[in-house]
Design a protein around this ligand. Sequence first.
Ligand code: 9D3
Length: 255
Amino acid sequence: MPVRHLRFDVLTIFPAMIAGPTQESIVKRAVEAGLLTVRVHNIRDFASDKHHTTDDTPYGGGAGMVMKPEPVFLAAEHALAEAKSAGECGDDSAIVLLTPQGRLFTQDVAAELAERRHIVLICGRYEGVDERVREHLATDEISIGDYVLTGGELPALVVLDAVARLVPGVLDAESLAEESISSGLLEYPQYTRPASFRGWTVPDVLLSGNHAAIARWRRQQSLLRTLRRRPDLLARAELTPEDRKFLDSLRSEPG
Ligand code: 9D3
């Protein structure tokens, strides 16, 4: 199997917000291993006027500022050209505009993006981005949730992180395998040494060495937590007949 590679180009007026987090931990390791390329481009560098202006007042009036289209288009075109000359894209780059109006980012969207070779992330600032960026440049618009942030930089990092860890080889094989087994449920409780900490002990079953009993306990804990905290997830989870029997037994004895 050929090694897959994914390239991200992040367009922002605050490149330092992206640089730090992508130079740590798992993303850093993946870049060093040649699995990922992360390039950050300062949109200001593509502004043509003396003051490198990236925003302007809205046509029609109103409060706040709007990001000008030209520097964003030039930055994107620069990123696409650079990716092409590095042999790190095809003709199907995803150009994602991070915006509160985008489709909600979920694990399914992350999995979809992880299939691509090249993703351009455009971080908006101010009250918004000139509509022509959305209409004629972006291929996708993503929001990370219903809360108001000051810009698209943190959302871009969220998308980058969630997609990067799905690229084969970025995580160790076991973590992803476990994730798919328990798919759609909340995690079971985890413990490490010591077996007793301030008098709070680890459940006996985890010290028993009985692997079947441990697997059953973990599955039941996942089901219990999902039922109590995120019942909405249970509706879409893959449940075995044994899972359903366990959940039914909980409904007859509440608490
Ligand atoms: C004035 C109305 N505001 C919409 C609620 C405008 C506005 C607020 C905040 C426009 C942009 C922003 C900055 N946020 C993002 O760019 C953003 C975002 C977010 O705020 N929440 C969740 N996901 C995202 S993705 C980009």
